[in-house]
Design a protein around this ligand. Structure first.
Ligand SMILES: [Fe+2]
Length: 319
């Protein structure tokens, strides 16, 4: 199976509007100009027009590039965190072949209906789960809306064919999830850091981006630790840090540069129950890359990151 990118994510939050404001005012994303499922030929005019990013059911939709949307925040009192992850495949044939492959491996998978695909603004969709219980969706043919414009002058994200960024996910059973992501979904191991027996952080890629998913085995914990969104310039990373500090948002890790993916970034709390990393300069790898183990997290900075990861693991283990 060939996954092309992590295309979209759905989050549950008690107040999606709070997330919308955070994503727009602090991160610099844009409210989707049309809600998935809404007739295109949009932006519509007059009363029909809805470019608030808010759907009738209270969900918020955000865009960060020329995809109609990348992040959906759905009202939820029970689940504050990741609801689903959209993994992009090439086309209809690739989707059908992927579903057949999952079926052959006795993985519970269901092809979605046209209405369900429309609800995600894609051409085709299928549903299944990873061994940690995360809801995954295979899709192809996303709707595009080329008019991304951040409210913060000139801010642009590095997304497109590389996907929305990356996600670091705690998984209770590291080996089973590692096998699933690499052997079943076809992700490739870029590098890893060992933290003890059966405890490691494995960085997995599905395109040139150093990693789109990292899985962390740190005991009996499942859940999203952080999501990373990459910006084109260091100035936009710095300005985002300024905006976060001005809003009194907790900075969970200072600016720093990671040793393995070369990313210059900082981490902050979000209203979603997981941290958000904002960075630039992520390493792109090609076929000459070979897997390696590394033993030093950062070239400089990122003070507070280890403590933030420990705090996330404690919070998730209480859920
Ligand atoms: Fe990260």
């Amino acid at each position: 199976m060939k996954i092309k990118s992590v295309g979209y994510m759905g989050i549950g939050a008690p107040d999606p509007k709070e997330w919308l404001e955070y994503a727009v005012d602090v991160i610099g994303m844009m409210p989707a100009r049309a809600i998935p499922g809404q007739g295109w030929g949009v932006p519509q005019s007059g009363e029909e027009r809805n470019d608030s990013g808010l759907a009738a059911d209270g969900s918020a939709y955000l865009k960060m590039d020329d995809r109609q949307w990348r992040i959906a925040v759905h009202p939820s009192n029970s689940s504050n965190g990741l609801l689903y992850l959209g993994l992009e495949v090439e086309d209809k044939l690739a989707l059908e072949q992927a579903v057949a492959e999952l079926d052959r491996q006795n993985i519970d998978v269901r092809m979605g209906t046209e209405t369900e695909a429309c609800d995600r603004a894609v051409s085709g969709i299928a549903y299944f789960q990873d061994p940690a219980g995360n809801a995954l969706e295979l899709f192809y043919g996303p709707v595009k809306d080329y008019n991304f414009c951040s409210a913060h002058l000139g801010l642009e994200f590095v997304a497109g064919h590389l996907g929305l960024g990356h996600l670091n996910i705690f998984v209770e059973d590291l080996q089973t999830n590692y096998d699933f992501y690499t052997r079943t979904l076809g992700f490739r191991l870029t590098d890893y850091i060992r933290m003890g027996p059966d405890s490691a952080l494995k960085f997995l890629r599905c395109n040139e981006r150093h990693h789109s998913v990292a899985i962390i085995g740190m005991g009996e914990i499942n859940g999203l630790q952080h999501a990373m969104f990459e910006m084109k310039t260091i100035d936009d990373v710095g300005k985002t840090l300024d905006r976060a500090m001005a809003k009194g948002i907790k900075i969970t890790s200072s600016l720093g540069r990671h040793r393995n993916d070369g990313m210059l970034s900082f981490y902050m709390s979000s209203p979603f129950g997981f941290d958000v990393e904002i960075g630039c300069g992520c390493l792109l790898v090609d076929d000459n890359w070979t897997v390696n183990e590394f033993c030093e997290g950062d070239v400089w900075g990122h003070h507070g990151l280890v403590e933030a990861v420990m705090a996330s693991s404690k919070a998730l283990s209480r859920q």
